[in-house]
Design a protein around this ligand. Structure first.
Ligand SMILES: [Zn+2]
Length: 273
């Protein structure tokens, strides 16, 4: 098994110079979409897709979403899409057999349409939210055109073995047992992490938190608190999940935990791999 760390979408939130000078922490908020490409015996597996070809070619798709378009400011570079990066690695995008998604936010599933042959693995709660968004916040998140080319959706209930107080969902169809889901509710209805037993175990925590600093301590800067409020569907549950992750991180420093958007951590992990 070979693992590649890919940035499939750069963001430059609140990039106004006056705002950035007033709140120096924002300087660190140049974000990435940290995805994994796994070369496995079952073919290529993507863990999240980041932004896709259609996102970059048709920027208007983001216009109705104020948070995404105005606050997150996606760079929209074709070369950053998973599809193009797979080509650059000398691999064939048609060999992507599986996509495991942390959740159905646009910046995590934009590439699903680029791999219509792949089976998409997702928690049942997230799929239900995507199909039947219940309020304005969910309606702005989920747009079925983002997965219109792919009808190979495989869903899983959030039931399984206990893993450090969290729910472990193993036996993903067609995928080796060393790769499994750890449900991380709060950010969205069916948000999940992905665990990969590897030479160093990797634990992809999606959008449970934005920057690694939040994993180290619950005393983190106000802009990050505001971001939590704006983006987590269930803030109380999200904070419960984050405190469980903190405990796991403290007890098991050998597990490499990483979130979707931390740029510094992404660069560090890419260099180490
Ligand atoms: Zn995200």
């Amino acid at each position: 098994m070979k693992i590649h760390h890919l940035n499939c979408g750069s963001f430059c939130p609140l990039s106004h110079p006056i705002v950035n000078r007033a709140i120096p922490e924002l300087d660190r908020l140049n974000l990435v979409c940290h995805c994994l490409l796994i070369e496995s015996e079952q073919g290529l597996i993507l863990v999240d897709t980041g932004l896709g070809l259609e996102d970059v070619r048709n920027q208007e798709r983001f216009l109705p979403n104020f948070i995404f378009n105005k606050l997150a400011k996606p760079k929209l570079d074709l070369e950053e899409t998973a599809f193009m990066q797979i080509m650059r690695l000398g691999l064939n995008p048609k060999d992507v057999k599986h996509i495991i998604v942390s959740h159905f936010d646009a910046d995590h599933i934009g590439g699903i349409n680029d791999f219509p042959q792949a089976t998409v693995h997702v928690l049942q709660g997230e799929w239900q939210a995507a199909l039947n968004p219940k309020d304005a916040r969910e309606k702005v998140r989920y747009k079925s055109l983002r997965w219109k080319n792919n009808n190979k959706i495989k869903t899983y209930e959030s039931v399984g073995d206990d893993w450090n107080g969290l729910c472990k969902i193993q036996n993903l169809v067609g995928i080796d047992k060393s790769i499994y889901l750890i449900a991380l509710p709060g950010h969205t209805r069916g948000h999940t992490g992905v665990y990969i037993e590897h030479k160093n175990d990797l634990f992809f925590t999606g959008d449970s938190y934005l920057l690694e600093t939040q994993l180290k301590s619950d005393n983190y800067p106000l802009p990050l608190r505001l971001y939590d409020k704006m983006t987590h569907v269930d803030l109380k549950q999200a904070y419960k999940t984050l405190s469980q992750l903190r405990e796991i991180h403290l007890k098991n420093p050998e597990i490499k935990m990483f979130s979707s958007h931390d740029r510094e951590l992404f660069i560090k992990m890419m260099e180490e791999e």
